[in-house]
Design a protein around this ligand. Structure first.
Ligand code: OGA
Ligand code: ZN
Length: 356
């Protein structure tokens, strides 16, 4: 028959049009891919660009094909289906607001077995955060915890940072001031994926924590303030951090979309953002939109509020979930958090492996 494309007539792929070269580079078996690492043993760019399909059959869960270059092989129908429909084992994100149950996990159980670890990581990817209780209220515990999940991202501050009220701080986090809902380190390249904040002491009056689902806010804007949503998804903003030995800068949109128009990243930090000098019409609407986003991110409708007490860790997706704290009075007691960052690679990759 010799076809460039075939249309599958039965099974889960019924009605799907498949292209010859696309299929040829997905053949399975030791002849084509290394069984140890599943990487291709040949250069797909060197395949015949005029390749045709001479024959094919769907049988026993496999699509078996003969190609015009003389190669015969098969592909799992289920794997094709998953790839075509972008089906990932990492669960879909669940949009939440203040009415949703807080996701709390017990440190003594998370690492007891893979089932518990899987549950925690699934919740983390669904909700964009997990609160962990019962860790040791000791220095460096945040690193010990984080390293069970993945390598810690060392920055110019080292492996961890101490959140403590101190004189002449290089960041407002190290004061007793209120911190409105924000993303951390939007000026880094890349922005840290996951943040962990561990509480060693929280004996001051005030200093309560909050989290907000940035995707929930973005969705609200999309359906209720379309013009604001559009400007926020289109305007690149510069984020800047100035210290004695570095000036860090990175640009992003406050609502970043992927190529399919899905939410990819929320970046919000009123302490650090610099919108470019655009024309007055653009800036007029941008400032209205940012104000609206700020109000939503700090409104009771979207915030979950809790108190990080001794031994608790708040672990959150810094590309989605915003965090904040109320002001505290350092004269009423000692407050000390330690924080660090890890990458999504490690946790997402671990979860995918656990769910395989
Ligand atoms: C931070 C921060 C929150 C807190 O250090 O980035 O947001 O509760 N801290 O102190
Ligand atoms: Zn922060």
């Amino acid at each position: 028959m010799s076809l460039k494309e075939i249309v599958i007539k039965e099974g889960i792929l019924k009605g799907t049009t498949l292209y010859s070269l696309w299929l040829r580079e997905r053949l399975i078996g030791d002849e084509f891919i290394d069984p140890n690492n599943l990487q291709r043993l040949y250069e797909p760019s060197l395949l015949d660009e005029n390749l045709l399909i001479d024959d094919y059959i769907v049988q026993d869960k496999f699509l078996s094909i003969s190609f015009s270059d003389g190669v015969k092989g098969k592909i799992s129908v289920e794997e094709l289906y998953k790839e075509i429909h972008s089906i990932d084992t990492v669960p879909e994100k669940k949009i939440w607001d203040k009415n949703d149950k807080i996701q709390v996990f017990d440190n003594s159980q998370i690492f007891q077995n893979t089932e518990n670890l899987t549950q925690m990581l699934k919740a983390f990817y669904e909700y964009g955060y997990a609160i962990i209780k019962n860790t040791k209220a000791e220095e460096n515990e945040v690193i010990h915890f984080a390293e069970k999940l993945g390598p810690v991202r060392t920055t110019n501050w080292g492996k961890l940072f101490n959140v403590i009220s101190k004189p002449n701080p290089n960041d407002l986090a190290y004061t007793a001031l209120e911190l409105k809902s924000h993303s951390d380190n939007p000026y880094r390249k890349p922005v840290p994926g996951i943040q962990l904040l561990h509480c060693i002491a929280n004996e001051s009056t005030g200093g309560d924590s909050s989290l907000v689902d940035g995707f929930s806010v973005a969705e609200y804007l999309k359906f209720n303030h379309r013009d604001f949503y559009e400007i926020l998804t289109q305007t690149s903003v510069n984020f800047k951090f100035t210290d004695v030995d570095v000036i860090l800068e990175n640009k992003s949109k406050l609502i970043e979309l992927d190529t399919d128009g899905n939410f990819k990243q929320i970046t919000f930090s009123g302490r650090l953002d610099y919108v470019p000098l655009l024309n007055d019409k653009h800036l007029d609407i941008f400032y209205k939109a940012r104000k609206c986003m700020y109000e939503l991110c700090n409104s009771d409708q979207f915030k979950i509020k809790f108190r990080l007490s001794k031994g608790m860790i708040a672990m959150f997706d810094n590309l989605r979930t915003l965090h904040g704290r109320t002001k505290f009075d350092p004269n009423t007691g000692f407050r000390h958090l330690q924080g660090c960052y890890i990458d999504h690679d490690a946790t997402e990759g671990k979860l995918r492996r656990l769910l395989k």
